[in-house]
Structures are given as structure tokens and as C-alpha cells.
Design a binder for this molecule. Structure first.
Ligand SMILES: O=P(O)(O)OC[C@H]1O[C@H](O)[C@H](O)[C@@H](O)[C@@H]1O
Length: 430
């Protein structure tokens, strides 16, 4: 992963080279804390050990009995779905099993998807660390019922990925389903390089060893200085910019297959860093599409933003046909890849010219190795940011509040948070 922070040195807000050098002492201290957390496999920090601890062979063996299905449905939500979605969307070839996700419980969407699936040729991957998440378990029950109604033995088509205990673990034991463990100490949003993210990629036949090797390379680059570690350069710069008022971070990959990456990043950044009145709001964008919409705001709106531009250095290309249409002949002989790169560089320059801080992140290709580097790099950047901001990166009390309120409303227990729903202030205008 290559990180270029040159375009944060000037602008509004900005971070000078001197400020970054001053911040480097805090980066060294944070790095020591992170390394000791990794050494003791503490909750959260253990995720940064996954390049060594994840067992690709075990994952391949668990999914091997399913052969080469037509489709795979990952039933999970948040960190239990976005990692798998990021990998399979970015890596899928035409011949791979189609990958789908059931995260939301919008009944129309769930019905449409379930009715369109070739159920007898579909593998269902139910993922929940806690084994209790209402959306995941409800969606699983719907899929199971649809399989039974279609005469498909769901126990032959389902495997689960879950923690040591809980409803899903019990279900797996009762029906003798293949089950993978969510590793100890790895929160959902940091689990892409574990069983949680890798199983769907394994069913699609992707190279898990290369993914983990890319992540291991990025782990080897962590050091006590932000000037020596691309991941820390990103984490320290985004932190320093937030301190100076860049409260939004627009994540803008220039690759259609990386749209889910921006969504994965949004969960990582928001849920880990949004605490105690601080944080940086992740905005999801896609280049070049959003140059024609959101870019107006990013370049000319309030000076409270940073834009992160991500691209692969190489990609499969496609030529643009020659044309004699007036004014368009300059495109002929060029390629869509060259056009996309020109758009990337033009956007970067246009933001810099307007004084909007931006960071360039490049990987060599959107392949297993490149994604391993990028995903690990973003996780390490997030952990470093959390240390610098002194927040508890690996908890999500605000999310838990809403979960308890919803559970109370559905009669799943006595939760005082549910009372707040009845106490809502109304001011209806009709
Ligand atoms: O894996 P699960 O226990 O089902 O959790 C799924 C998701 O639930 C919660 O809302 C957490 O805040 C997320 O971080 C987590 O990824």
C-alpha cells in the first residue's frame, strides 16, 4: 500500500510537516501500546495478528464439501457481512458463484432475493459473532423456511461462523452443521481477515494465502514512525486533520469493484472512532461517478473535510474506439483506464487547488495481495487513530443502546432503553 500525504500539508485545514514530526512522538508511544496489545492478544489488538493467526487451510477445508455452488448467501450484518462483501465484490470473476448478502431486514428486499435464488444450488453462510443478532437470525429463519418449502435439505447447504457460545453455536451442534469459529478478541469490524470475511472468498476460490500475505506485508511495515509506515501515515494524518476541523472523511475509491470497500471502511471508522464527542464522519463516494455529484460539496462546501482517493496502479483496460465525432476525437486511441486515471489526478489537483486536504492511497492491483495490504492498513490506521484520540476503539456502546431498545420493543426482555421510544417528542406537520 502506498500512501501519499503531500496534499495535506497546505490548505484548510492542513497539517504542516513540522506538526507531523511533533506528532511522531505520540505515534511511537501508540505503536508501543499496539505492539503490547498484539503480544498479549488483547481484545481488538488481536485482530492485527490475523495475518499470522488466521488458518487458511481450516477455512478451505470447512467450505470444501460445498464444492462449486451456483450462489452463496452470507447472512450477517455489520462486521459480519461487510468484510465478505468487500472481498467477494472486489475479487469475483464471471465464473465464480454469485455472492449475495442478507444483512438488512427489509421484507421486500429479503423476499425478492430469496425468491430469486437457486436454493438447491445455494450455500448459506450464517455469520454472527454473538449468535444473537436479531436481523441475522430472523433472515436465517426466513431462508431456512424457504429451503424447506422448496424441498431442499437446509442442513446440507448451511454452515455457520460464530463465537464459542450462543444460539447459532447451539443450532450448529444440534444439526451437525459445519461451523467455523470467530476468533477470540476480534471485533466484527476488524474481522475481514478471519473466518468471518474469508469463508465466502474461499467458496469463490480466491487465494486466501495471498490475502494474508498482503496483510502480513503491511503488518511488517508498522513501526514507531508515521514516516516509515503507510498505515500509520494515514492514521496519524487523518487524526491530525480531524483535530484541525476535518470532521468528514470522504472515502473515494476509483474502482467500481471497491464500492463495498468504502462501506466497510465507513463501519470501521464510524463505529471505532465515534466516541466521547469526537470522531470523523466517513462519507462513501465512488470515482469517477461522484465527481459529477458530491465533488461540488467536497471542493466548495464547508472547510471540514478530507478526501481519501484510492486506486489500483494497474488494471485490465479497454480501449476507447476511434471516432470522428466533432470534439471527441481526442478520446479515440485512448482507453477507459487512462480516462479514469486522468479523472483521478484531475480531482486530486482540483481539491488541492481549492485547499481541500486529500490523501492518495494506491495498491498495485485489486487482487488478493493488494486487498490484504489495504484492508490491514486501514485497520492499523484506525487503531492508531483511536490511540492518538484516546478513545476505546473496540467498543460500540451507542450501537448497543439501539439494539437493546429494539429488543425491548419486540418483547425480547425488559430494557429501559425501550421506554425512550414511548417518550418520543412529536411535532407532526401534515
Ligand atoms: O456478529 P454479530 O454479533 O451478529 O454482530 C454484528 C454487528 O452487530 C453490532 O451492531 C455491532 O455493533 C457490529 O459491530 C457487529 O458487526
Amino acid at each position: 500500500m502506498h500512501v501519499d500525504i503531500g496534499n495535506v500539508l497546505d490548505g484548510t485545514p492542513s497539517v504542516s510537516r513540522d506538526s507531523l514530526e511533533r506528532l511522531d512522538g505520540a505515534v511511537a508511544a501508540a505503536h508501543e501500546r499496539i505492539e503490547s496489545g498484539r503480544a498479549d492478544a488483547e481484545h481488538g489488538y488481536a485482530a492485527l495478528n490475523l495475518p499470522e493467526t488466521a488458518d487458511a487451510g481450516e477455512i478451505r477445508a470447512a467450505v470444501e464439501p460445498f464444492g462449486d455452488p451456483e450462489a452463496i448467501v452470507t447472512v450477517g450484518i455489520g462486521g459480519s457481512a461487510l468484510g465478505a462483501a468487500t472481498l467477494t465484490e472486489a475479487l469475483a470473476d464471471e465464473d465464480d458463484p454469485d455472492a449475495y448478502y442478507l444483512d438488512n431486514v427489509d421484507p421486500e428486499h429479503v423476499s425478492t432475493l430469496v425468491e430469486s435464488l437457486p436454493l438447491s444450488e445455494t450455500v448459506v453462510n450464517v455469520v454472527s459473532r454473538s449468535g444473537t443478532t436479531a436481523e441475522t437470525l430472523s433472515n436465517f429463519l426466513v431462508v431456512r423456511e424457504a429451503m424447506e418449502a422448496a424441498g431442499v435439505d437446509w442442513t446440507d447447504r448451511t454452515f455457520v461462523t460464530t463465537g464459542e457460545e450462543g444460539n447459532l453455536r447451539n443450532l450448529a451442534e444440534k444439526h451437525d452443521l459445519p461451523a467455523l469459529d470467530v476468533p477470540e478478541g476480534v471485533p466484527g469490524r476488524f474481522s475481514v481477515l478471519s473466518t468471518v470475511g474469508l469463508a465466502a472468498a474461499a467458496i469463490q476460490g480466491h487465494d486466501l494465502d495471498a490475502l494474508l500475505a498482503g496483510a502480513a506485508d503491511e503488518a511488517d511495515r508498522l513501526s514507531g514512525s508515521l514516516f516509515e509506515s503507510p498505515a500509520y501515515a494515514y492514521g496519524a494524518t487523518t487524526y491530525a486533520l480531524a483535530q484541525r476541523g476535518a470532521l468528514t472523511n470522504a472515502m473515494m475509491p476509483y474502482a467500481e469493484s471497491m464500492e463495498y470497500f468504502a462501506e466497510w471502511f465507513a463501519q470501521l471508522w464510524a463505529e471505532s472512532l465515534g466516541k466521547d464527542g469526537v470522531g470523523q464522519t466517513p462519507a462513501r463516494a465512488l470515482g469517477a461517478t461522484d465527481q459529477h455529484s458530491q465533488l461540488q460539496l467536497y471542493r466548495a462546501g464547508p472547510r471540514d473535510k478530507l478526501v481519501t482517493l484510492v486506486r489500483p496502479r494497474e488494471r485490465e483496460d479497454r480501449g476507447i474506439p476511434e471516432t470522428d465525432l466533432e470534439g471527441l476525437s481526442y478520446l479515440g486511441g485512448s482507453s477507459l483506464g487512462e480516462l479514469l486515471d486522468a479523472e483521478f489526478e484531475a480531482t486530486e489537483a482540483s481539491l488541492a487547488a481549492a485547499g481541500v486536504p486529500n490523501v492518495r492511497i494506491e495498491i498495485d492491483r485489486v487482487d488478493e495481495r493488494g486487498l490484504g495490504e489495504l484492508l490491514y492498513g486501514m485497520e492499523a490506521a484506525c487503531v492508531l487513530y483511536g490511540e492518538l484520540a484516546n478513545v476505546s476503539t473496540f467498543t460500540q456502546p451507542a450501537v448497543e443502546w439501539g439494539k437493546r431498545a429494539a429488543r425491548g420493543l419486540l418483547g425480547g426482555g425488559d430494557f429501559e432503553e425501550a421506554d425512550a421510544v414511548a417518550e418520543k417528542t412529536t411535532l407532526v406537520v401534515e
